[in-house]
Structure formats: C-alpha cells, structure tokens
Design a protein around this ligand. Structure first.
Ligand code: TXA
Ligand code: MG
Length: 314
C-alpha cells in the first residue's frame, strides 16, 4: 500500500543493517532481525530478555528460500504446499549451506521456518531478501502483542522501528509448530492451524513428540499477564475481572466471542487479556473454552498464562 511504501523501504534497509524492526504478521507481531547476522540475533535475545537456549523462527518470503535452509521430507513438502503462506512453522534438519546463523537456531541441528501470510510482512521479507528471525515482539514470558501500540509498550527503546498495520494479526495466536525430524511428524506447539487440519493434510495422525524435539520454548509459565488467571470459571466473584466465551459468565465480562466462535476467540485472546490486565485486577476469571480446533491453542496459552510464575526451570 502506498502509505506503507517508504516505511517498508526503510524497514528493509534497517534490517539489512542489523537493526531490529517489529512487523505485523497474521498471527502476532514479530520482533525482526537479520537471521544471518549473529549480532542482530543477539540484540533480539537481549531486547526480549530471552534465554539463548530458545531458538528463533526464521521468516522467509518463499518456500524456495526455506528449502535453502532446511531439509524437506515429502510430508514437510505437503504441509508447506497446503499451509504456506500461513500460520505454520516447520522445524526441519538444518542444511549445511544454510544462511541462518547458529545463534538463531540456539546451536541446534534443526531450524524453524515460516512463510507468513500477511501482505506487509511478505513485502518486507521480499525486500530484505534474507531470512528474518522474529520471535513474538513481547518481553520474555509476557503476552504476545497483536497491535503496534502493544509492541511500543512492551519494547520501548529496544526496537528501532515498528511497522504499523491496522489489518494486523487476524489469527491472533502464534503459528502451529510442526517438527519433521527423524522420520516423525510431531506437533511442537498448538497454534493458528488446528491439529485436525494438519492431520487432514498429512492423511494420518501426528506422531507423539519425542523428548528430543520438543520446542525448547514451551515453558510451563509463559504468555503471562500481571493478574492471576482462574480458569474454567463457572461464574465470577466480586473484585475479579472476567474473560468470557459464548456469554457463559454474562455481566460485564469481556467476551472472546459471544457467538462461541473459536476463530474469533483466538483473534481476541491477547488483546482482551491485555485490556483486562490494564485495569490492574488481582484475578481474571476465565470461562471454559472448548478444546477442539483453535480451542487447543487458546487453552494452551491460557494454561501457561495461569501457571505459577515459578514453574519454569531457572
Ligand atoms: O506466529 C509465530 O510463530 C510468531 C510470529 C512472529 O511469526 N513467532 C513466534 O516466535 O511465536 P517465538 O520465538 O515467540 O516462538 C518460537 C517457538 C519457540 O517455542 C521455539 O522454541 C520454537 O519456536 N522453535 C524455533 N526453532 C526451533 C527448533 N529448531 N526446534 C524446536 N523448536 C523451535
Ligand atoms: Mg513468543
């Protein structure tokens, strides 16, 4: 779009120069840096306060760029064909000639790759011409941002440029991560594509993740607001803020989807949690959300947001 053009050129220039640029994707905002430059990747870890054992996803404009970084099995090809561009991250064995640096992969023999489905993100990636490492643009362990203002609130000072887009983040939860390693295809993180849809594309059930290939970033406590979350609440108590689904709690609860639509609920999840948290409640009561389809990703994020903050290994 015309009004974005100069921003886009500047953003691409800055990324190539090693700066950090936050940009919208169809899932959440990413904090981007040149995935081939260890200094830029180190700045991402520092800006987020993220441990370096947790690898970053390399974002690329085309499946061909991804094929230069990771070894695609036939099943990985099938998933890429079906879901890219889109909210799917494939974790694949790293190819020797790949450009993504060791630090972005946290020294692992695998690489996480995604072609996002967002016009501004794709235009930016095309213009940069190399893989862009981009974790969600929040501080480590906090709620993922779905709007430019949320990014500025999270990372003020630590990011060189924030690209604005009012069409941002229609999916609202992070990408589904599928590992295709050692002959297995396993769900490493539920996300914007339902497990059922991944299995339909494969024509078979997903394998159980082995301990070796679990996404190292899947810590028990994550995506945390300041308030404590009380899950599967049947009603809310005096003094509590409330996050509703399908009108179950009623009152002045903020509803993820009054129609009970899981896609709408996913799109609203982080924005509503942020809005409720901003009121400074001690507790947010959360109505039950079904577990099928995108409900798996929503419940996963709610469970992590509700986990005791000392549940993570130090
Ligand atoms: O939707 C998304 O995926 C967003 C947008 C910005 O694209 N990004 C995102 O990145 O959620 P991040 O860094 O917050 O989460 C990336 C996850 C982490 O849990 C990490 O452990 C996992 O991907 N991951 C990345 N590379 C991996 C690898 N080689 N093996 C296993 N897990 C990997
Ligand atoms: Mg994240």
């Amino acid at each position: 779009m015309a009004e974005h053009h100069s921003d886009l050129t500047e953003a691409a220039r800055r990324l190539r120069a090693g700066d950090l640029v936050a940009f919208p994707t169809e899932t959440v905002y990413g904090l981007g840096g040149d995935a081939t430059a260890p200094e830029a990747v180190a700045r991402i870890f520092a800006a987020k306060g993220r441990p370096r054992f947790n690898p970053l996803i390399a974002h690329v404009a085309t499946p061909d760029q991804a094929r230069a970084e990771g070894r695609f099995t036939e099943e990985a090809e099938r998933l890429a064909t079906r879901f890219w561009p889109g909210p799917l991250t494939l974790v694949l064995p790293r190819l020797p000639g790949g450009a993504v640096c060791d630090l972005a992969c946290a020294g692992l023999a695998s690489v996480g790759l995604r072609v996002p489905n967002h016009p501004l993100a794709l235009a930016l990636l095309r213009e940069v011409g190399r893989p862009v490492a981009a974790p969600s643009a929040n501080r480590f362990g906090r709620l993922s941002p779905t709007r430019a203002d949320d990014v500025r609130a999270e990372l003020a000072g630590a990011v060189d440029l924030v690209l604005d887009d009012d069409r941002a983040c229609a999916i609202g939860v992070e990408s589904t991560i599928v590992g295709c390693l050692d002959g297995a295809v396993a769900l490493l993180r539920p996300g914007g594509i339902a497990r059922e849809d991944v299995e339909a594309a494969l024509g078979r059930r997903l394998d159980e993740p082995g301990t070796g290939i679990a996404a190292p970033g899947m810590l028990a406590s994550h995506y945390a607001p300041s308030a404590v979350l009380r899950l599967d609440a049947a009603a809310f108590r005096p003094g509590e803020a409330a996050l509703d689904f399908g009108g179950a709690l009623g009152g002045d609860a903020l509803d993820l989807s009054s129609a009970g639509d899981l896609r709408e609920a996913a799109a609203n999840l982080y924005r509503h949690l942020r809005a409720l948290d901003a009121g400074g409640p001690r507790v947010i009561a959360v109505a039950p959300v079904p577990h099928d389809g995108l409900g798996a990703a929503i419940n996963d994020r709610l469970r992590r947001a509700a986990a005791p903050r000392d549940a993570n290994p130090t």
